[in-house]
Write a protein that binds this ligand. Structure first.
Ligand SMILES: O=C(O)CCC(=O)C(=O)O
Ligand SMILES: [Fe+2]
Length: 206
């Protein structure tokens, strides 16, 4: 990232963490923007190639969305219903611009919704064409325990709690670290009327 990037509050294994980057009013405004996006492209519960349902529900905004089904996972220009993905809200792109300082913008915003009990297993984000671009993640709603591993599978890990308004960046040498969400702290935030947690990941796909 250019050296105009603001210094993070902490760095865990190269992952830059900006605690409380979004103030409560900005979080609420972003949730309103996301509600409109989700109305256009409803959340769905993806299935893995092996026919197992993921516990997270998801949708996307931008030119590409991330989908997974019996054919495997990939970026697709359309929602499973056949509609195009809605545009990435300006409020979300503004976070990318302010933190990364890049002149390239993401073309996918994956929107993950975790209800109580949902989790995400350890994985790398590696379906994008060029790993020089970072992945930026925004947390909204309930606290979540984020686990960071290594570039290779397995090995020791470190965990941190992400709270509403936190932003993190996986870039540079940390672009391909394994990561996942172990669990939520249900009811820890009142941001989402239905409870749970929204996570946005901004990606440059191609
Ligand atoms: O929910 C999170 O904080 C992480 C989500 C994630 O790793 C992903 O969508 O690839
Ligand atoms: Fe990921």
């Amino acid at each position: 990232m250019p050296d105009t990037a603001p210094p993070p509050d902490l760095t865990v294994r190269g992952v830059a963490v900006y605690k409380g980057w979004l103030a409560p009013a900005a979080q609420a405004a972003m949730v309103d923007d996301l509600r409109a996006a989700v109305a256009a492209a409803p959340l769905f519960q993806p299935e893995t190639r092996f026919g197992r349902k993921m516990s997270v529900r998801m949708t996307s905004a931008g030119r590409y969305g991330w989908v997974s089904d019996r054919r495997g996972y990939r970026y697709d220009a359309r929602h499973p219903s056949g509609v195009a993905w809605p545009p990435i809200p300006a409020s979300v792109l503004a976070v990318w611009d302010a933190i990364t300082g890049l002149d390239r913008r993401p073309d996918c915003c994956l929107i993950n919704y975790y209800a109580e009990g949902a989790r995400m297993g350890m994985h790398q984000d590696r379906d994008e064409a060029d790993f020089q671009w970072p992945v930026l993640s925004i947390s909204l709603g309930d606290d979540a325990l984020f686990r960071i591993g290594n570039l290779e599978r397995g090995g020791k890990t470190e965990s941190l709690w992400l709270t509403s308004g936190d932003v993190l960046v996986m870039g540079g040498a940390a672009r391909l670290v394994h990561h996942g969400i172990d669990r939520l702290r249900p009811g820890s935030s009142g941001l989402l009327t239905q409870g749970g947690r929204l996570n946005l990941t901004l990606r440059v796909v191609d």
